[in-house]
Design a protein around this ligand. Structure first.
Ligand code: G1P
Length: 276
């Protein structure tokens, strides 16, 4: 029997320096688009893909994340029976329906290192990864749902990709490969944040991954790459060379909420959606 994806890992240890001073005492994953923190959008996406086990890699100064996904008896007591009660219903059902476990990344050594830190929460099974600052929205199936369906067919690691302007390749992991089905590329090369002149294509990885558990041993052997950090892109390249990575041109919208521009764009988009 093939193993199902039942866990989602959320690397959430980064400093969020692009949002200083807001992120001095507030985790960047807790910044709200309208009234909901970025991380809650990610958790809801995982839930809509049938996942209820959330594994979160945090770091110092991130305790607000744990408090958010927990009961708040005093607050609930205050608002129960008032017109404000419905504002809490979404987060309440998340707390009841999901389990949350946490581990801390003690040193910031990159996304690959953060994912490796999560091994203790994931164990020996395939898992999903959501980077909460890539906020995705769809009218149809969520990006992670689309990817899990693909996993059922291909049983290998999967990265979600989108076409970007060539001048932006130095902001993303960039892939190259052969299209084997409409929108599905068998990856043969991937490079972390290449200069446009060195980029193998304009297909950029966004913050949605399905990873097979052999990635952990590969990460243990992966040396620091771009920026002196352990990169998930480099570890995935090892799998890709074994023919075990596909890239998926997902359906839907994605906002780079790790940048102020993307964050404002997402806020406007969700506001328009709410009032219409
Ligand atoms: C990370 C990854 C990169 C990927 C991006 C998606 O970069 O290292 O490969 O394209 O997430 O958001 P970061 O944005 O953390 O610098």
């Amino acid at each position: 029997m093939n193993k199902q994806i039942i866990k989602c890992l959320f690397p959430a240890a980064g400093y969020g320096t692009r949002f200083l001073p807001a992120t001095k005492a507030i985790p960047k994953e807790m910044l709200p688009v309208l009234t909901k923190p970025l991380l809650q959008y990610g958790v809801e996406e995982a839930m809509s893909a049938g996942i209820s086990t959330m594994a979160i890699v945090t770091g110092r100064g991130k305790r607000a994340i744990e408090d958010h996904f927990d009961r708040s008896y005093e607050l609930e007591h205050q608002i129960d029976g008032t017109s404000k009660e419905p504002l809490m219903s979404g987060i309440r059902s998340i707390i009841y329906d999901c389990t949350f476990s946490y581990t801390r990344q003690v040193e910031m050594k990159g996304l690959g290192h953060a994912i490796l830190t999560g091994e203790t929460l994931i164990g020996n099974e395939p898992f999903a990864v959501i980077l909460a600052d890539d906020l995705c929205d769809n009218d149809g199936e969520a990006v992670l749902t689309q990817m899990i369906k693909l996993y059922e067919k291909y049983q290998c690691s999967i990265v979600a990709v989108e076409e970007i302007p060539m001048q932006d390749t130095n902001k993303y992991g960039v892939i190259a490969g052969k299209e084997i089905e409409d929108g599905i590329v068998k990856v043969s090369n991937m490079v972390e944040k290449p200069d446009p002149k060195d980029a193998p294509s304009n297909l950029a990885i966004i913050g949605r991954y399905i990873l097979t558990p052999d990635i952990f041993d590969i990460l243990k052997d992966t040396k620091a790459g771009k920026g002196g950090e352990i990169q998930i892109t480099d570890a995935l390249l090892t799998q890709a060379k074994q023919g075990k990575v596909i890239a998926y041109k997902f359906k839907g919208k994605r906002f780079d909420c790790g940048s102020v521009d993307g964050f404002v764009e997402a806020t406007n988009y969700f506001y328009e959606k709410k009032i219409n």
